[in-house]
Design a protein around this ligand. Structure first.
Ligand code: SF4
Length: 668
């Protein structure tokens, strides 16, 4: 049996593992001993082989003819795509086209799709799933600190004296990070959890602040207020390395713990205790995820976190730092590769670096402003007529599923690549079968900015191809020379154009992952950012206010289950994972349930301004009265039917995390 070392395809932790291959099939998985896995995997990781050999895999390109799909060759499919997109471009201009790339695709694939979009299609209408998860991180950390990414690696948490976890169900959604937090706790670190739900990690915390959904800013501002009042801020750090503190301090005064208690529902004493615990630690870290970002005020939420870390000088050292946890294997890499409307690779602004990329690619590049993912969907059928979606399933993952369906239906040409049929491939005009992570070489970049190899273990099924090959062929179909013989060639081009990846090659990564920035071939990489200062000179405070909090009868939190991943296209085909959580559930407080005549297992109807779904009730005092929780993985109970279309003004992320709903017993 062969054992091929590679990287897990699911969450952004980037655990290393071995795929064990027998008779050209992946039959087992074992963990790598290197960080971050260090001999451990979560349930999804151990069962990774469950979907790779699944009989549902897409094997041949398909073209829609009327109501049915017919199998076709790659050359016919790619010619059809190139001709159809070119026709739209001729008739309506390049900005009638758009590309959405995948956080499950490699860096090389994201890069070539980005190049295809800009150099061949001629538009900056490109985005990726980060728009739905960590766009606020990119904006707030980028503008305040200089880099919109995790400041420290997971292992740094082992040096923390206090860890504040906010809006992150860490043990279930980022288990490798949770392993490190548990180890830090055994070493004596104190744990603060801020979450409207009593999650697993909340149960082992020293303090759990169970706030009302959507009131994070009031709580974080009150914590900062206590730190100022108690003299627990780092005056020297603030003076020498930051700007804007005095203005922020004046504004923070109104957020007393008592005021925050009225807004958040968390006792003032508990807010005070959390502040003292965080502020009193020599090295304190803040870990957060989509409970913070997926709001129409997501950027302000992240900024409130930045303000706390800056005020206490908790940046630039082991044990300190800010840890935005990325949900997908390569969502960090998709952004690094410029699959964003306003940046080329390495966050080089389109407005500043166009000439550099025009010279490198020998082509004129678009000057017009690109649209973000949700804006692209909003324009489908009017301004946008043709779309290429790589490996994503927006019918379940984007807000307001009914509107997304109408948007995709109204396109002249929809091309979707994936490894399995999904709700979205079923709407495509052309379906492209692509190789899974086990069937191709390339690199991915984990949540801790660590660029790592994935390695081919087996051949793809049928005529499925790695998507970098598909993108290279499409570049040629548009008359652009590509000449890539391997994904390593693509990485050489990325490194030549991207200062933070300048020293990264596949050959070097054979020796282990490297944290960017890694500007030169002899640079060791940068696990901890900001040791010697901030790239923008001084890091900046920006005061943020709690937006008016409306009390609804029921606030629905939309999240995830530890046994499923995203829209379930992979995990729902793994029988052991599907056995654990085969359908959506709605957590409801037993007192609310009793008042509505709802029992454990009762079918319930959830209704919002956007839509209606059915699911099964699960009585749980992990949620307070007035709060409900549902995982979004299930097409039978598509939670995003309920979400609206409002966007955060800074990062353009939609408010996917919470929505106001009514709930009733089915048949009532
Ligand atoms: Fe994969 Fe994430 Fe689990 Fe690690 S923690 S095995 S990367 S899903």
């Amino acid at each position: 049996m062969d054992a091929i070392e590679t990287t897990c395809v699911y969450c952004g932790c980037g655990c290393g593992l071995y795929l064990h291959v027998e008779n050209s099939k992946v039959i087992a998985v074992t963990p790598s001993l290197k960080p971050p896995a260090r001999g451990r995997l979560c349930a999804k990781g151990w069962l990774l082989h469950g979907f790779v050999n699944h009989p549902d895999r897409l094997r041949e390109p398909l073209i829609r003819r009327g109501d049915r799909y017919v199998q076709t060759s790659w050359s016919e499919a790619l010619s059809y795509i190139a001709e159809s997109f070119s026709e739209i471009k001729r008739d309506s201009g390049p900005d009638a086209l758009a590309v959405l790339t995948s956080a499950k695709a490699t860096n090389e694939e994201n890069y070539l799709l980005m190049k295809l979009c800009r150099a061949a299609f001629g538009t900056n209408n490109i985005d990726n799933v980060a728009r739905l998860c960590h766009a606020p991180t990119l904006f707030a950390l980028g503008s305040s600190l200089g880099s919109g990414s995790m400041t420290n690696p997971m292992e740094s948490l082992l040096h923390s004296d206090a860890i504040m976890i906010i809006g992150s169900n860490t043990t279930e959604q980022h288990p490798a990070v949770a392993f490190h937090i548990m180890e830090a706790r055994r070493n004596g670190a104190r744990i603060i959890v801020i979450d409207p739900r009593r999650t697993q990690i909340a149960e082992i915390a020293d303090l759990h602040l169970q706030l009302r959904p959507g009131t994070d800013i009031a709580l974080l501002n009150a914590i900062l207020n206590v730190l100022v009042q108690e003299g627990m801020i780092d005056e020297e750090f603030i003076r020498s390395r930051t700007e804007g503190f005095d203005a922020a301090r004046d504004r923070i005064a109104e957020y007393t713990p008592e005021v925050a208690e009225r807004i958040c529902g968390v006792p003032a004493d508990l807010i005070h205790d959390a502040a003292v615990l965080y502020g009193g630690a020599d090295n304190a870290a803040i870990v957060y995820a989509m409970g913070i970002t997926q709001h129409t005020h997501g950027t302000d939420n992240v900024q409130a976190i930045v303000n706390l870390a800056l005020a206490t000088g908790n940046l630039g050292r082991d044990g300190s730092g800010i840890y935005p946890l990325r949900g997908h294997q390569n969502v960090q890499g998709a952004c690094d590769m410029g699959a964003l409307p306003d940046y080329y690779t390495g966050y080089q602004r389109v407005s500043e670096f166009r000439g550099k990329f025009e010279d490198a690619w020998d082509v004129k590049l678009p000057t017009s402003q690109g649209n973000t993912a949700v804006e692209i969907m909003g324009s489908a059928g009017s301004d946008i007529r043709g779309m290429y979606i790589s490996g994503e399933n927006p019918l379940l993952s984007y807000p307001n599923s009914s509107r997304i369906r109408r948007a995709l239906e109204s396109l002249d040409l929809l091309v979707v690549s994936d490894i399995f049929p999904t709700e979205t491939t079923r709407m495509a005009d052309v379906v492209l079968p692509i190789a899974s992570f086990a069937e191709k070489d390339g690199t991915v970049t984990s949540t801790e900015r660590k660029v790592q190899l994935i390695r081919k273990a087996i051949d793809p099924p049928g005529s499925a191809l790695p998507e970098w090959v598909v993108a290279a062929k499409l570049l040629e179909a548009f008359g652009l020379s590509s000449g890539y013989r391997s994904s390593a060639d693509v990485m050489r081009e990325i490194a030549s154009l991207t200062p933070s990846y300048g020293g990264i090659t596949h050959e070097r990564l054979e020796g282990g992952g490297i944290h960017w920035p890694c500007p030169t071939p002899d640079h060791p990489g940068t696990p901890v950012l900001y040791r010697d200062g901030f790239p923008r000179g001084h890091a900046s405070f920006r005061h943020v206010d709690q937006c008016e909090h409306q009390h609804h009868k029921f606030t629905l939190i939309i999240g995830r289950s530890q046994y499923q991943f995203h829209t379930g296209s992979m995990t729902r085909r793994v029988c052991i994972l599907e056995r654990e959580v085969p359908e959506a559930f709605v957590d409801i407080n037993p007192e609310d349930a009793a008042a509505l005549g709802i029992r454990n297992g009762t079918g319930v109807i959830l209704e919002s301004e956007s839509g209606t779904i059915r699911a099964r009730a699960r009585l749980s005092d992990n949620v307070k009265r007035g709060t409900l929780f549902i995982p979004f993985h299930f097409r039978e109970s598509p939670a995003n039917m309920l979400t609206g279309w409002q966007l955060d003004p800074h990062s353009r992320i939609p408010g996917l995390k919470i929505t106001s709903v009514s709930i009733r017993r089915e048949g009532a």
